[in-house]
Structures are given as structure tokens and as C-alpha cells.
Design a protein around this ligand. Structure first.
Ligand SMILES: Nc1ncnc2c1ncn2[C@@H]1O[C@H](COP(=O)(O)OP(=O)(O)OP(=O)(O)O)[C@@H](O)[C@H]1O
Length: 363
């Protein structure tokens, strides 16, 4: 079953661009590298024939060249599933995916390989994603040869050193013949990024790239990704629990809750002037930066079941200002300021709307 793309429904007809409006508040006139519309993924529940986990429901997302889009939300909100759907590591239940405006749905291994060349993924755990029995040289040579042709000898060596330099692992002699266990966590993540860069991608999907790293080296990895965005004009999707890092690192931020995008816009205003009660709670709960468990929990209260998600707004059981309409009807993402979209009845013109802001919010 698919849910309509919320962003598309949110734009008034007069202002509607040719394609559906993105949930992430992008300017409609710039053409995105990657665009997802109505992205939906339901997982079957073992032992319950008709039941499904509504992991991702009707998400629209655009990523442009040379920008970082953060996808923020607490554990289980569907962020990794979005990344995997964008990487086409799993099929979609519904929704479309376009690369430079063309349907990017892959059918078959060749098409998948060609797609991977352009859209690369970086995972959370650099130790798990690098084969422990292979040296950096071996890992990168495979990637370089897959994506840059059958290079050998000095040419291959030079190509490997080039990608190592791009991730600031230089002098390259110090790293090229090391095994993963001989490197620090940050260096391993740099090797994983180098492996992705060997494909010369247009899009990097970075799924919690710093969450398993020591706090002291996280900034270095974020700075590196920012540098790649600026120097190589790459589009980066940055997935994180941590809305504070989204403010620092991302141009735009989309906030996910229970499989849906509830708020989006430029990172500065989403984090400084959050509109959705969930984003307000997420920022208000501002956990201790070293308390990863608290960061993962995010705002107070428990996340809802995604097998039987709450009717109406999925946040309503935790929302301090929920009204009757919130418990029965799903709010569309509506534009509340330039480039700012919020899926909350509090911003509609309904007379029975909840009063967002009465609980310390912004309205
Ligand atoms: N293969 C799967 N089969 C069944 N359910 C799944 C599967 N993968 C994910 N889910 C469920 O989908 C929901 C979203 O998971 P997802 O990993 O995308 O969330 P997330 O926001 O990335 O969380 P985290 O930050 O903890 O990784 C969760 O309820 C999860 O249990």
C-alpha cells in the first residue's frame, strides 16, 4: 500500500512546480541530481500475514549538486531505510526515483553497477564495512578497477594514492599497505570514504558516518565531507540522530518521524526556529553531547508502533498540543515560510487546529 507524497499535496496549485515539491524544502527551479517522490517501504511482519512495518511512507527528497541535506530523526524513524532505497539496495514498495530527471530504477546487475558508480553509500561502521583481511591498497584497488577500468602497475598505484590524498590520508605511504585493524576509527572511515570516491560519484549517501567514532575525531570527518562537497561538487545526504550536527554541517535539513518527513527547510532556520512540535521537542531535549543513548532516544516518550501506526499525525500520542483533528487526519506538508515546510495541523487555517506554541513552541 502506498501513501500519497506529502510534499506534492502541500503545494497550492498556483505555486506548484512541474515536479512534486520536495519534503526537504528545495528551490523548485534548480534541477536535483537525485529526486525521490513518494518513497515508501513496508516490511512484512513474520508470522502476521497481513501486517507490515510502515518503515518509510511517502517521503519526497531532493539532493542537489554541491549541497548537504541532513535527514534527522530518532532511532527507527526510517532514515537508514530511506538511504538504502536511494542506493537501490532494496526494492521500493512504492514511489519513484530519478537521477538528473530520468527514472533511475535499476533492473539487472549491469544497471545496478552503473547506478552505484554515481550514487555511493558510506556506512556507520567503518570496521564492519572494510574487509579485515585486505589491505587499504587491495580494498581501494578493487574499487578503482571496477570504476576506472582495468588499471595496472604504476597507473593503479597512482589512482589509489590520489583517492587517499583526497581523504587527507597522506603521506600515502603511511596508510596504503595497512590492514583495517592497524588504523584508527577515523582513518578507517576515511578509507571507506576513499573507496566510495574511487567511483567518482555524484551523490554520497552517508548513513550516520560519525556515530561510531570517537567524539574527538567526528568533526574531522564532517569537515572532510564538507570539503568534498565544495571541491568535487558532490551531493551529500547526511543521516544522523544528531540535529545539532545537522545545523553545523548541512545546508538543508529534513526531520523524519515514524517513517514520514514532518519538517524541512534550511538547516539554520529548522534548528533555530523549529516549527513542528516534534522538532521542538528534539531540539528542546538537547541531550548531553556525549550521551549517545539519550541522543538516540531524542525527544521524550516512546516512538509509536510502525506496524499499527497512530491514525492521523503519527506524532499525536506524544504531542503536547494535539487536538482531535491530529488523531484522525494526516497533515500534509505545508509551506509556512520560504523553503520551510511543516506537516502539522497547527499551521493550517482550520478553526479546530491545535495551538502550536502554547507549550513553549514558536507560534
Ligand atoms: N529488513 C527489515 N525487516 C523488517 N523491519 C525492518 C527492516 N529494516 C528496518 N526495519 C524497521 O523499519 C523501521 C525503520 O528502520 P530504520 O533502520 O530505517 O530506522 P533508522 O531511523 O535508520 O534507525 P537507526 O537510527 O536506529 O538506524 C524500524 O522499525 C525497523 O525495525
Amino acid at each position: 500500500m502506498s501513501t500519497p507524497a506529502l510534499g506534492a499535496a502541500a503545494v497550492p496549485p498556483s505555486a506548484a512546480p512541474a515536479s512534486p515539491a520536495p519534503d526537504d524544502g528545495a528551490a523548485p527551479d534548480e534541477s536535483p541530481v537525485l529526486r525521490a517522490t513518494g518513497l515508501t517501504r513496508h516490511f512484512p511482519v513474520r508470522g502476521r500475514r497481513a501486517a507490515v512495518v510502515h518503515a518509510v511512507d511517502g517521503v519526497d527528497l531532493e539532493i542537489h549538486r554541491g549541497e548537504v541535506v541532513a535527514l534527522v530523526g530518532e532511532s527507527g524513524s526510517g532514515k537508514s531505510t530511506v538511504a538504502r532505497l536511494l542506493a537501490q539496495l532494496m526494492p521500493r514498495t512504492a514511489g519513484g526515483l530519478e537521477l538528473h530527471g530520468r527514472d533511475a530504477t535499476v533492473r539487472g546487475r549491469r544497471a545496478f553497477r552503473a547506478y552505484c558508480r554515481r550514487v555511493q553509500m558510506i556506512f556507520q561502521d567503518p570496521f564492519g564495512s572494510l574487509n579485515p583481511v585486505h589491505t587499504v591498497r587491495y580494498t581501494l584497488s578493487r574499487s578503482v578497477r571496477i570504476h576506472q577500468g582495468r588499471l595496472r602497475g604504476a597507473e593503479l598505484d597512482a589512482a589509489i594514492r590520489r583517492v587517499l590524498e583526497r581523504v587527507h590520508l597522506s603521506p600515502t605511504d603511511r596508510y596504503i599497505d595497512k590492514f583495517p585493524h592497524e588504523l584508527s576509527g577515523g582513518q578507517r572511515q576515511r578509507v571507506a570514504i576513499a573507496r566510495a570516491l574511487a567511483a567518482d560519484p555524484e551523490v554520497l549517501l552517508a548513513d550516520e558516518p560519525i556515530s561510531m567514532l570517537d567524539v574527538s575525531i567526528r568533526l574531522g570527518i564532517l569537515n572532510l565531507l564538507q570539503d568534498l562537497r565544495d571541491r568535487l561538487d558532490i551531493a551529500i545526504l547526511y543521516i544522523t540522530h544528531d540535529i545539532a550536527s545537522a545545523r553545523y554541517f548541512a545546508d538543508r535539513t529534513a526531520v523524519m518521524y515514524a517513517g514520514r518527513v514532518v519538517e524541512s527547510g534550511d538547516s539554520e532556520s529548522v534548528t533555530q526556529d523549529p516549527k513542528h512540535p516534534y522538532t521542538q521537542l528534539l531540539i528542546g531535549s538537547a541531550p548531553d553531547p556525549d550521551d549517545l543513548a539519550a541522543r538516540a532516544r531524542g525527544a521524550r516518550g516512546e516512538a509509536p508502533s510502525l506496524v499499527d501506526p497512530p491514525a492521523g499525525c503519527r506524532f499525536n500520542p506524544r504531542c503536547p498540543v494535539a487536538a482531535d483533528v491530529c488523531r484522525t487526519e494526516t497533515p500534509a506538508l505545508i509551506e509556512v515560510a520560504e523553503g520551510r515546510r511543516v506537516a502539522c495541523w497547527g499551521y493550517s487555517d482550520r478553526p479546530d487546529r491545535p495551538r502550536v506554541g502554547d507549550e513553549g513552541g514558536t507560534r
